[in-house]
Design a protein around this ligand. Sequence first.
Ligand code: ADE
Ligand code: ZN
Ligand code: ZN
Length: 289
Amino acid sequence: MELHKFHVLLAMVFVLFLVPVVHGWGLDGHYSVCKIAQSRLSKAAAKAVEELLPHSANGDLASVCIWADRVKFRYHWSSPLHYIDTPDKLCTYRYSRDCKDEDGVADRCVAGAINNYTNQLLTYNKGSGQASTYNLTEALLFLSHFIGDIHQPLHVGFTSDRGGNTIDVHWYRRKAVLHHVWDTNIIETAEERYDDSNVDELVDALQKNITTGWADQVDSWESCSGNMTACPDIYASEGIKAACDWAYKGVTEDSTLEDDYFLTRYPIVQWRLAQGGVRLAATLNRIFE
Ligand code: ADE
Ligand code: ZN
Ligand code: ZN
């Protein structure tokens, strides 16, 4: 094979096999978080979101919720902003200790990104009608995506296994990576089994639970201490705890994960997607109030 053809092949292999390693929730996870959020916006927040969305979204935040994953390679600086690596086996999170990228640069993690894009969006209009110095369309899409990501338990995972990205398992009969099981496989299996492969039915089921079974928790999900607009540290602390209690629990290299795991973990995935949606709405409502 000619050398340049070999390089093209290598590039294709890279795109096909390495790109999925770093994704957040899959498409349907992010879609669900943003669908739930948009249905809970105040009048002022709904208006601001509508004004900031790109025309291609047709007013639908969920349709562009995955955008931040698509630009990871164009905006190389953004790839560490999708997750937090915490010390192995400790099962705790502290902003000052853990929110940094692999080179140790502070604030470069999903919690820091949520704070940053919240602060950018707070410059929206501010009564003066003046344009912001930031690209607030991108800020909205980043914030909407990252509030989803921080609710994926393994996006606040252990450092040495990169949030389960280096743990190979079997998902039923197929080879899988633990991280990807939580981004995508659990949701996909649930759709095949319960929802006729339809993400809108998954969203409907979550919306029903928010107004019934989880109704008494929703106020506490929304609340953010004192005068704070965004509360990513709460979500990250819950995340590493859920990662330890549910995602990593009982899993080792080459484990086969099937019904025992799926049936006990799918409720956690549903719960985190619902929290992500409720909290994205609450955060946008505080930003644009
Ligand atoms: N890369 C390194 N750690 C990661 C994590 N927790 N989630 C996603 N990608 C990662
Ligand atoms: Zn992921
Ligand atoms: Zn992501």
